[in-house]
Design a binder for this molecule. Structure first.
Ligand SMILES: [Zn+2]
Length: 467
């Protein structure tokens, strides 16, 4: 008996609590999430009772109040709101679009891009010029572009296994297309939706006019992938077809909103902060289930699952629900600005903003030396089929917290279905799976537990600290 206790005590160097190994603790975390998780019921409320949470909207404010009050119920050490001014863009009436050719009349599924101006009263009707990337616009020049609607028809590359890579390859088309086309006298742009599926859903997302004067700005919209194909085919037969677009979106003055923050204060090193987060705002077309309601509720559940699993963190564990990731990143910037003013030390930040699908692992933004230490924990995740640990990439909201020595990470779920829903009206609650969501929350909690327990000793890149 005594010998057994002694062995347990010796192995205590690698254990949590008396006699519990890290394997045991991870098992407890996963079991708790799958049998008594709260992420799914929180997401149900955010998605179905509140709905889409575009910055500056009433729904965004309802989400602030709801998540704050839910965090308060968890018995954390602190819960507070951090004020931040955010842009307020409103879609207005549902957009309308069609084209007419010798084949007849074709109604088009379209939506304004976030930040776009409206069309003039009564809409815009013009001929269309198709390009495969906004970079082709300059080469065509005013002669070909002036007075026309520029149709940017670039599909996501299906052969890329990581769909975020495919999306990243095309996102500039949506973001910069209108600013570029306007320089050459276009009257509007329509951009093929950044979706990995052929369907009828238009996908919105942010766009920018850059430094273009207000008078030169033109309306910009996303067209569904099915209608992009149809338009392209029709243009080949009838290059003079006319396209009609009407949208009534509007940009208002900035309004006051909030980041929602909760914290379990560390028992030994309260000034070393470990952050988990996602973004509370979403686009307005769906209910923002995957982008990023999932990340919000998983992050909230990290703190709850730690408590439920009997973990008393040494460092401070902070959940941050960022406002305005989608069209401004104001919440992220404000949070980093305040952290800097206060001299706060964020040693680790983990964001979930890639959908509530089956977790595969994490990506890390840090130096090689820090990363090598994190890799020591990878075998602990093997029973949960978490095998993806990669250097490079974390999350937009935590990006401004990057320092020379800290570690930023992103939860990496399976990405195959994410861009079927991203920024579209089918980003809705019925498309999230309860177990997949809960596995993600447990995976995040496990990494936070390990980071709190062992930390990472920042090592200069050149040091040969490891065999
Ligand atoms: Zn997002």
């Amino acid at each position: 008996m005594k010998i057994k206790l002694l062995i347990l005590f010796i192995s205590g160097a690698l254990t949590f609590g008396f006699g519990q190994t890290d394997e045991d603790v991870l098992k407890t975390i996963y079991t708790t999430s799958l049998t008594n998780g709260h992420s799914y019921q929180w997401l149900d409320y955010l998605s179905n009772t509140i709905g889409g949470r575009l910055s500056g909207s009433t729904n965004a404010e309802l989400a602030v109040q709801y998540t704050k009050s839910e965090l308060e119920k968890l018995g954390l050490d602190k819960v507070w709101l951090q004020p931040v001014m955010v842009p307020k863009w409103v879609r207005g009436e549902k957009e309308m679009a069609y084209f007419e050719s010798s084949d007849g009349f074709h109604k088009v599924n379209i939506c304004a891009l976030g930040g776009s101006i409206a069309t003039p009263d009564g809409g815009t009707k013009a001929q269309v010029i198709e390009v495969s990337t906004y970079k082709d616009i300059a080469g065509l020049g005013e002669e070909k572009i002036e007075g026309k609607i520029v149709f940017i028809n670039r599909a996501l590359q299906p052969e890329l296994i990581n769909t975020f890579q495919a999306y990243g390859g095309c996102s500039s088309e949506r973001y910069r297309g209108a600013a570029e086309a306007a320089k050459y006298g276009a009257v509007g742009t329509i951009v093929r939706s950044l979706s990995s599926r052929q369907d009828d859903y238009p996908h919105t997302g942010s766009m920018s006019y850059g430094d273009l004067p207000v008078a030169q700005r033109i309306p910009s919209a996303a067209i569904s992938t099915n209608d992009a194909v149809k338009l392209s085919e029709t243009l080949k037969k009838n290059p003079n077809l006319e396209f009609f677009l009407e949208q009534s979106c509007q940009q208002f003055e900035d309004v006051l909103s909030y980041n929602v923050i909760g914290e379990i204060t560390g028992s030994e090193f309260p000034n070393e902060i470990i952050l988990v987060g996602g973004h509370l705002d979403s686009w307005d077309l769906g209910d923002g289930t995957h982008d990023d309601g999932a990340g919000v509720v998983q992050s909230m559940d990290v703190l709850r699952l730690m408590k439920e699993s009997g973990i008393t963190p040494k460092r401070s564990i902070r959940v941050v629900l960022f406002m305005n990731e989608e069209n401004g990143l104001r919440g992220a910037r404000k949070y980093a600005e305040v952290a800097k003013e206060k001299g706060e030390n964020h040693i680790f930040a983990l964001e979930s903003d890639a959908g509530g699908f089956t977790p595969r692992g994490f990506s890390f933004t840090t130096n090689e030396a820090n990363y090598s230490q994190i890799l020591d924990w990878k075998p602990l995740f093997k029973p949960y089929l978490i095998h993806y640990f990669e250097l490079g990439g974390s999350g937009a909201d935590i990006g401004p917290l990057r320092s020379e020595s800290n570690v930023l990470a992103g939860l990496r779920p399976d990405s195959q279905r994410y861009f079927d829903h991203h920024h579209a009206s089918n980003d809705t609650f019925e498309h999230v799976n309860k177990r997949e969501l809960e596995l993600g929350a447990a995976t995040m909690t496990s990494l936070v537990y390990l980071y709190d327990k062992y930390g990472v000793n920042p090592v200069p890149k050149s040091s040969n600290f490891k065999d």
